[in-house]
Design a protein around this ligand. Structure first.
Ligand code: GDP
Ligand code: MG
Length: 453
């Protein structure tokens, strides 16, 4: 569900957490990624611009610094995303409940009834369904088949063409159930005929909830549809279906929030179990791949301490980079000291990752383990001035032996170290925002070719 958006959000929070310099270039690239991902998810452009403007302002606000700034931005991003996802609303089950399902053709009303039936029956309610969709010949049969599978009673009448008469026929029996799910007919669009039918049925069935069912793939069009239905009948909540089969779900959800039509459930598949109560907070946590906001904040602290960041910043500004820093960066990334993480630490190099094949990246990760061992076998002098290794083969042999790795690995380590050092040297101006995007691209391309695996 919304994998692409989820990936970008994860990447964005990683970038913020890992950043040594939270400079203008990095902020610009983060904001651009966010904008692209949210707009691709069909979120209203105005909302997206408002959100990213706030992030940019906070990022470039000179009053907050260091780790505090990272925390601030991540919290802001989190809160803004929650805000555009809307408020949580739950249905409170009473003694006798009638849910009236409304929506256009094919929006998922009947399927959702079977899901709601399963959901509420599982929670101890006596549930039944009634088919008032008299427009499509097979509609009541579809409802019955779905309900039969779940051992849920479905009241249908395939001969009757007046939904009101069907309701009247079963009205007394329905009283025995604590939850009655009412299936209705849709139309291609919200026309007068549909409005009249919905009003008539609502008057008769006296629903405790009137739920508008809309498919996620309509994206931000959900705003217009929700507004239309709201002005015709008293909509108490929305169910967004097909969240599993579109990238536009973000647009549908935020559109409902915009018009204050609370999303109560989301459908995430065709099976009865594929229904989830919608909670903006936990929905976002899942997109971010995190437990909660605190977990997200911890990420900022787990990468590097304030002192480490400052020290690295200082050294990099001076263009200094020794095996110590290289090692520190590998260590800071934990056991997954992968090349891409190291690159994401260096402003402006994030984009380079895409230019390196995945297989090479994986190989590289295996190598990093050997590199760590190699660095541990180096003398102080070698760490401070790794260039001396290039001239003296005996040193390389000694290190390889000490680390229990092939000499070729020590050589690649030295090569990588040199490349990264060179990169850092030529981009030390980045910290002051001296390099523009174009220069950075040129730079990334240049080194992209040099990266040998
Ligand atoms: P209705 O005309 O509003 O009653 O819509 P239906 O309940 O008949 O659903 C229309 C189609 O959407 C059916 O093929 C369903 O299987 C499918 N559908 C409904 N909800 C979901 C969902 O959450 N995920 C997926 N992938 N398909 C769904
Ligand atoms: Mg139907």
């Amino acid at each position: 569900m919304l994998e692409k958006l989820s990936n970008i959000l994860k990447k964005t929070t990683d970038k913020i957490a890992n950043a040594i310099f939270l400079d203008k270039n990095l902020v610009d690239s983060i904001v651009k990624d966010l904008q692209r991902a949210l707009i691709e998810a069909d979120v209203n452009v105005a909302l997206v611009l408002e959100l990213t403007k706030k992030i940019k302002q906070a990022a470039l606000d000179g009053r907050i610094k260091g780790i505090e700034k990272k925390e601030h931005i991540i919290k802001l991003l989190h809160d803004e995303l929650i805000r555009i996802l809307g408020e949580k609303k739950e249905i409170h089950i009473q003694k006798h409940n009638v849910f009236l399902m409304v929506g256009l053709y094919g929006s998922g009303k009947t399927t959702t009834i079977s899901k709601l039936a399963a959901y509420y029956a599982k929670r101890g309610n006596k549930v039944c369904a009634i088919g008032l969709d008299v427009h499509r010949p097979a509609a009541s049969e579809q409802l019955k088949q779905l309900c039969d599978k779940l051992n849920i009673k479905a009241f249908i009448d395939e001969e009757e063409k007046d939904p009101k008469k069907i309701w009247k026929k079963y009205e007394s029996e329905l009283k025995d159930y604590s939850l009655v799910l009412v299936d209705t007919a849709g139309r291609d669009s919200l026309d007068n005929e549909l409005i009249k039918e919905m009003k008539d049925i609502a008057k008769l069935t006296k629903p405790t909830e009137t739920l508008l069912v809309m498919p996620a793939d309509i994206g931000q069009t959900a705003k217009m549809q929700a507004e239309g239905f709201k002005s015709a009948v008293d909509i108490s909540g929305v169910i967004i279906t097909r969240m599993d089969s579109t990238a536009k779900g973000g647009g549908a959800l935020t559109a409902c929030a915009e018009v204050k039509a609370p999303v109560i459930f989301i459908g995430t598949g065709e099976k009865p179990a594929d229904l989830e109560p919608f909670n903006p907070e936990s929905f976002l946590s899942r997109l971010l791949g995190m437990g909660d906001l605190q977990a997200l904040m911890d990420k900022v602290h787990s990468v590097m301490s304030e002192e480490q960041i400052e020290e690295t910043q200082k050294k990099l500004r001076e263009g200094r980079f020794t095996m110590y820093e290289f090692e520190q960066q590998i260590e800071a990334m934990g056991s997954m000291g992968s090349m891409d993480k190291i690159m994401s630490l260096i402003p402006g190099l994030g984009g380079m990752k895409e230019k390196i094949p995945e297989s090479a990246m994986e190989q590289q990760q295996a190598k990093v383990k050997n590199w760590k061992a190699a660095i541990k076998s180096m003398t102080k002098r070698e760490k401070e001035d790794p260039e001396i290794l290039e001239k003296q083969t005996s040193r390389i042999q000694r290190i390889a032996k000490g680390a229990g790795i092939p000499t070729s690995d020590v050589r690649t380590l030295i090569k990588q170290f040199k490349i990264i050092k060179e990169m850092i040297k030529s981009q030390s101006g980045l910290a002051e925002g001296k390099l523009d995007q174009k220069t950075m691209m040129k730079f990334a391309r240049k080194f992209g070719k040099k990266m040998k695996f």
